[in-house]
Design a protein around this ligand. Structure first.
Ligand code: GLU
Ligand code: ZN
Length: 298
């Protein structure tokens, strides 16, 4: 089946754009351009307590400095709450949701797979509850072929269990919103960091339950800092140096396994993006990061 290529970069505004998120943005942009596709930016601003004031605008501006601009207006998830509620209603009406009142302590004692306690013993109506997806066939494995990480297989009952789609605090969960919006935006290809490889199977199931075709997945390696920690907003990865976007793109390309000529290191973002789109080879992207890149000794 051939549908138009539509890709996206979907940052959460919990801090400034850092190098790892630039790599994800660049990889998704390059893959879209190499397929003559459309590339979208979606702001995943669903979790106000974790958000940093001004971060959404900073991310959009930092992307623009690197020549990465959404082909359509940026979609803000905070404006999509009624669409998420509509999908929750549909899931509830079709028997795919159940309320869960378990507290954090009980959930922590279970490890990563929920035991279905509240399905067997429904909480009293007055209790605060989260809503979980009730999987029809939790023993049936989910398969997909990741364009970078290779074949993947997970068994819901062992690997993730009944996912929370609406949180006890009333916020819509990332796992719901990401799928509802990927469907809404007609996303055909998801290129993102391998820290999200593990949640793809559950997202794929939700696509299928909602009657939609799941995207093709590609998970790029997640870059570690010199201490071996993932570069992320949580461990205060430094914001990108916006005075040298060409340099940032040059090293992002190299870490994505592409081989830009050295002379491009000091060029404009436009020159790097043009080279990158013309030479992009997803098959060259390594599964693991290569931390011998000189970027790490600068
Ligand atoms: N908003 C998510 C994050 O920043 C990524 C969502 C996605 O690419 O699926 O981690
Ligand atoms: Zn429960």
């Amino acid at each position: 089946m051939n549908r138009p290529y539509r890709g996206r970069f979907a940052p959460s505004p919990t801090g400034p754009l850092h190098f790892g998120s630039l790599m994800a943005a660049l990889a998704s942009w390059l893959d879209a351009r190499a397929h003559q596709g459309t590339w979208l930016v979606r702001m995943e601003d669903l979790d106000p307590p974790r958000e940093v004031a001004g971060a959404a605008q900073h991310i959009i501006e930092a992307l623009a400095v690197h020549g990465l601009e959404s082909d359509e207006p940026v979609l803000f998830q905070s404006r999509r709450l009624s669409a998420y509620d509509a999908q929750l209603d549909w899931l509830a009406n079709h028997g795919f949701l159940y309320p869960c009142s378990c507290n954090r302590q009980r959930l922590n004692s279970l490890g990563r797979v929920y035991d279905g306690h509240c399905l067997r013993q429904p909480p009293a109506p007055a209790e605060a509850t989260a809503l979980r997806l009730h999987l029809p066939a939790p023993e049936r494995p989910v398969y997909f072929e990741d364009a970078i990480q290779g074949p993947q297989r997970q068994v819901p009952a062992q690997d993730f269990g009944d996912t929370i789609l609406k949180r006890k605090d009333g916020l819509h969960a990332y796992q719901l919103a990401v799928v509802v919006d990927d469907i809404h935006q007609g996303i055909s290809h998801v290129v993102r960091g391998a820290d999200l490889l593990d949640v793809s199977a559950r997202q794929q199931l939700l696509f299928e339950i909602l009657g939609a075709t799941p995207p093709r997945w590609a998970h790029i390696p997640v870059i570690n800092n010199l201490q071996g920690q993932k570069l992320s907003k949580q461990n205060h990865a430094p914001a990108l140096d916006l005075t040298r976007p060409g340099f940032n793109l040059y090293h992002a390309l190299r870490l994505l396994g592409q081989q830009p000529p050295q002379a491009l290191e000091s060029q404009s973002p436009g020159a790097l993006l043009t080279w990158g789109a013309a030479h992009w080879q997803a098959a060259r992207v390594p599964r693991q990061p290569n931390c011998t890149d000189p970027l790490f000794s600068h």
